[in-house]
Design a protein around this ligand. Structure first.
Ligand SMILES: [Zn+2]
Ligand SMILES: [Zn+2]
Ligand SMILES: [Zn+2]
Length: 437
């Protein structure tokens, strides 16, 4: 193998040994235990360019920059969630201060199914650790253009929801087709809100997509789009449930595939998401990713039962992926002309959502209204009614908010009254101000 440039890589481990949804739940304590053993066994921590850091603990203020939690931030999380989000923040801090070149937060519980409004847990997620990290970065290191590439096998629907109207945060999700897997969303035409068309990209992949398919999407779609978007920071939501042994999904990715994907994408920060093949996948996929991030040789990292003959991608899968790449690139290249057709001369655009919190059994009805604006992401107003009895209104000012959107948002929060709502929130993603009544 050719020698690559070594990088300083930061690792943040937080296995949350004392926290699980239930004793037999796939998102449980042992998830990172074998990984930690494998990392020690491989001697990964002995390399001079790999550094280990302890996670910090996220605060309510950190959560309130990214979410509207009902009734409040600390009531929807446990200490494990605060440390998991804090681990992602630590990874970001080490990279942004230049202490390391890149960092990987191997933390749990995961977060990419947690949406902007949080009434409870869905898809094993309470709060979105990537979004909390992104808003932390912006509040501490200035406004940044950020790309999130979600390679977890499930659609990153929470991250998409939080940044649906943000033209400066590109969310690309690669996932098993929603017609065959939870959460059942993430189709090609879901392309972002009216002021942020193209900042949401979805690539639903057919079941039995192998290393070859993922790498093709990275090379022919993700890297060219990143080249045009020009992010300051690339984040990888590095879920590992695409592995051929994962019990919840139907994909054929190997540890070599994960490591190669990481080497090509070269994210500044990787955050672990899903991955439920605790003994057969995670120790190897994570070791491969860490070595790839550090610019070290990963060619020897193989699962004991790895058999490439069994994982050869079918021609029909290859064909479907090629067609999808073409479709997405066509949409992407026409993104600047789509707004006029979509909004006409409307002053705002509305979307209705029905959200089910499968982990907590809560139903939510939501109406999101965004102000049409050519200068920023637009003020967003959300009305949300949950089966818990909590009815809320939230006014959200985008990052880099323009003066007109600011005036309209502040006015609308000012005149809002409790009555049909039991909570009203104001979140300013430009200044970090968070208010409620
Ligand atoms: Zn994904
Ligand atoms: Zn997943
Ligand atoms: Zn505006």
């Amino acid at each position: 193998m050719a020698t690559k440039k070594l990088k300083k890589t930061g690792l943040i481990f937080f296995p949350a040994f004392d926290w699980a949804i239930s004793p037999t739940h796939p998102e449980r304590e042992e998830r990172l235990l074998y990984t930690q053993d494998q990392v020690f066994e491989e001697g990964i921590l002995d390399f001079d360019n790999i550094y280990e850091y302890k996670p910090q603990i996220a605060t309510a203020e950190d959560i309130n920059r990214a979410h509207i939690c009902v009734p409040d931030a600390l009531s929807v999380v446990t200490e494990s969630h605060l440390i998991s989000a804090g681990g992602a923040i630590t990874a970001a801090r080490k990279v942004l201060t230049g202490e390391v070149d890149n960092a990987f937060a191997l933390v749990r519980p995961p977060g990419h199914h947690a949406m902007l409004v949080v009434h409870g847990a869905r898809g094993f997620c309470n709060v979105n650790i990537e979004a909390i990290m992104i808003e932390y970065i912006r509040s501490h290191y200035g406004h940044k253009r950020i790309a999130v590439v979600d390679t977890d096998c499930h659609h990153g629907d929470g991250t998409q929801d939080i940044y649906w109207n943000d033209p400066d945060t590109l969310c690309i999700s690669l996932h098993q087709d929603g017609r065959t897997l939870y959460p059942g969303t993430g189709f090609i035409n879901d392309f972002g809100g009216p002021n942020a068309l193209g900042a949401t990209i979805n690539v639903p992949l057919p079941p039995e997509t192998a290393d070859e398919g993922y790498l093709t999407v990275i090379d022919r779609l993700v890297l060219p789009i990143l080249d045009e978007f020009k992010p300051d920071i690339v984040i990888n939501s590095a879920g590992q449930d695409n592995h051929y042994s994962d019990p919840l999904t139907n994909m054929w990715v190997s540890a070599q595939g994960y490591a190669t994907l990481n080497a090509r994408l070269a994210p500044d920060i990787a955050v672990l998401e899903g991955g439920y093949s605790i003994e057969r996948a995670l120790p190897y996929t994570n070791a491969g990713i860490i070595l790839a991030m550090a610019g070290l040789d990963y060619s020897h990292v193989r699962e004991p039962d790895y058999n490439p003959d069994k994982l050869r991608q079918h021609a029909s899968v290859t064909r479907t992926i090629a067609e999808e790449i073409e479709q997405v690139l066509r949409l992407w290249s026409s993104r600047r002309n789509m707004k006029r057709n979509l909004v006409g001369d409307a002053r705002c655009l509305r979307r209705n959502k029905n959200i089910y919190y499968d982990t907590d059994g809560i139903r939510e009805r939501q109406t999101e209204t965004v102000r049409i604006c050519d200068d920023c992401g637009g003020t967003v107003t959300i009305e949300s009614f949950a089966s818990t009895g909590n009815n809320i209104l939230a006014v959200i000012l985008p990052s880099r908010c323009c003066p007109e959107c600011r005036a309209e948002g502040e006015e609308s929060y000012g005149r809002s009254k409790l009555g049909k709502y039991n909570h009203i929130y104001f979140q300013d993603r430009t200044t970090g101000i968070f208010l409620s009544k």
